[in-house]
Structures are given as C-alpha cells and as structure tokens.
Design a protein around this ligand. Structure first.
Ligand code: HMG
Ligand code: MG
Length: 302
C-alpha cells in the first residue's frame, strides 16, 4: 500500500456545522487557510443550505469569496438545490457537492424529501454545473446504517451511487454518517459499489462515533480505495443524525498513513496549530487521540 492517498478536509463544513458555538466568517477563513498552509489542499469550506436548517453555515458565500484562492488548492461547498447552486456559482464555486442518502428516513430528516425526489432536485443542479464548468461531487449518507431505518443494504448504496455517477459526479463519497460500520462491512460495501463506479472515483467519509473509522478506512484501502474525507481534530457530526459524532480526525488519518509509509504532504505541527486554534474558539478540546498525544508531548518538552 505504499502509494498515495488524497485527503479531503471537511472540518470547516462537516465539523463546524455541528458546533453550538458560532464561528465568525473571519475565523472560518483563518481556519481554512491554516489547513491549506498545513498541506491540505482540498478543503470543504461551507454549505449553501437553508440557514434555518444549519445556522452555522450562514455566510458561506463570504467564506468562499474570502479565502485565498491558491492555484494548488480546491475548495468545495455543499449545494442542496438550484437556489443553493446559483448562490454558490455567484460566489465563485469551482467544485460543489450534492448530498443524497441511501436510506429514506435520513433523506427526509436531512433534506425534507425522499431519495428519488432528491435525485430529481440534483439533476438540474448537476446539469447546470457541468454546463458552467463546475465539478460536482456526490455524497451518499447512511451507507453502513441509518439512525431512522436501521440496516442499509449495500445494493441501496450501489443504486444511488450509479445514479449520481451517471448524472456526472466526478467522485462519490460514501458517508458512514453515524459511524456504525465495522471493517468487513466497509470492505464489502466498497467492493459492491466499485462494481458500479470505478474504485478510483470513490471516497470514504467515515464518522468515528463507535471508534471504528480508522479500521474501516484501512479495510477500504485494502480493497483499493484511495480518497479519504476527514476533519481536523475530529470535529463534526450531523444535526439530522441523532448521536452522530465527528468525522475521523485528519491527524489520526495522517499518523496512520505516514506510519504505513504513505506520504500525505501534511505538516503535522501546522495541522495541530490549526486544530488547537479552532478548539480554543469552540472552548472544547479536540477528540482526536493523536492530537491529545502530540499536545501532551509538546507540553512535556516545554
Ligand atoms: P425545504 O423546507 O423542503 O425547502 O428544505 P423549501 O424550498 O420549502 O425552503 C425552506 C426554507 O429554506 C425557505 O425559507 C427557503 O427560502 C430556504 P423560508 O421561506 O422558510 O424563510 N431555502 C434556502 N435558503 C438558503 N439556501 C438554499 C435554500 N433552499 C431553500 N439553498 C432544504 C429543503 C434542502 C433547503 C433544507 O432541508 C436544507 O437546507 N437542508 C440542509 C441540511 C444539511 O445541510 N445537512 C447537513 C449536511 S449533509 C451531511 O452532513 C452529511 C454528509 O456529511 C455525508 C455523511 O456524513 O453522511 C454530507
Ligand atoms: Mg458527514
């Protein structure tokens, strides 16, 4: 496995969307730029969703307009419908993400419509984006279990993945929204979805609610998956998935990959700096074990 992995940093969106303490536009921009400075070149920076649904993501247009567009960085934003698409495009989005679910219950709770209807909403969004030269990523939530419907069959994920891929998404990110997956299930899921979408175009988006995310990622990597979504410090969760906690921590992923001889290009010291600063703003310590260990080491040395 000594090849490369691409990390998509989702902390500024998936992380901050679930934090009670609001973070200002200026602080969100500073966080994003600190992450890019640490070597994370693909960052999900906001969401053009209803402010009633996710108040933490208001002013995502200002965030997107405010970040320094280095030529080597790529910023993603979530878009649920045509209205969100128009706002994202006007703010200069180059990559958007639409988000569907493999389960009906979560789809209704999250975006107030069933899975089939959500696809019909995305169809014109993806068509407009492609006509405008904007790349579209497709998320599927609840790929290893749903907080409302329980077990989710791999075939349900395969079906949605195929539709999003056929619509024109360049990458399909598989969300274990409530972190209930275990390695063999993750592995079987990747294998099943890779029958419909090339493995190179699949991403693993695993929340760490049950502490299984790293093991699940490793299992997915053994199957050939090479794109990992993670959040600095393990920030995150989804307000519409009761009990969901943060994404797998970027620090934990980087530590594991570097230990396996897979270069990530991430400067761990700078990443720790970004995470510690956002933790200070949120007044809560990061949940990442690697962050705790490295912070303790730094304290012991000073
Ligand atoms: P709705 O109520 O069915 O739609 O919501 P609506 O068209 O009736 O609009 C409701 C209100 O939202 C109206 O405002 C609209 O104007 C406004 P009001 O008249 O009540 O004042 N509105 C908008 N405002 C701003 N931007 C927009 C927009 N659209 C409508 N684009 C809707 C449907 C999809 C809009 C709503 O349910 C929503 O915004 N949901 C977003 C939920 C969300 O962001 N969840 C978290 C992200 S998904 C996630 O975290 C999972 C992921 O990480 C993967 C994983 O882990 O599984 C991606
Ligand atoms: Mg998520």
């Amino acid at each position: 496995m000594s090849d490369s992995v691409r990390i998509v940093e989702v902390g500024p969106r998936d992380g901050l969307q679930n934090e009670k303490t609001p973070v200002s536009v200026a602080d969100r921009i500073a966080f994003i730029e600190a992450l890019v400075g640490a070597g994370l070149h693909t960052v999900e920076v906001g969401a053009f969703v209803s402010p009633k649904a996710i108040p933490q993501m208001v002013n995502s247009d200002q965030v997107l307009r405010g970040v320094n567009r280095r030529s080597d960085s790529e910023f993603h934003v979530l878009v649920p419908n045509e209205r969100g698409y128009e706002a994202a495009r006007a703010a200069g989005a180059r990559v958007i993400a639409v988000f569907a679910s493999a389960s009906e219950g979560f789809s209704r709770a999250n975006i107030n419509c069933g899975v089939a209807e959500s696809i019909e909403r995305f169809r014109p969004v993806v068509a407009s984006a492609r006509a405008d030269g904007i790349k579209v990523r497709g998320y599927i939530s609840c790929v290893l279990g749903c907080p409302f419907d329980g077990e989710v069959k791999p075939q349900a994920v395969v079906d949605v993945a195929k539709v999003l891929w056929d619509l024109g998404c360049y990458e399909i990110s598989l969300g274990d929204t409530i972190g209930v997956g275990t390695p063999l299930k993750a592995r079987h899921l990747l294998r099943a979805v890779a029958g419909a979408v090339p493995m190179a175009n699949l991403a693993m988006h695993f929340h760490d609610t049950y502490g299984q995310a790293l093991a699940n990622l490793y299992a997915g990597m053994e199957e050939g998956a090479r794109v990992i979504d993670s959040a600095a410090g393990g920030l995150g969760g989804c307000p519409y998935a009761p009990g969901a906690t943060g994404n797998v921590a970027t620090e934990d992923v980087v530590y594991m990959l570097e230990g396996m001889g897979i270069a990530t290009g991430v400067d761990m010291t700078k990443l720790l700096g970004a995470t510690n600063e956002v933790s200070r703003l949120l007044s809560r310590p990061p949940v990442s074990r690697v962050v705790s260990a490295l912070n303790a080491k730094v304290r012991a040395q000073s």
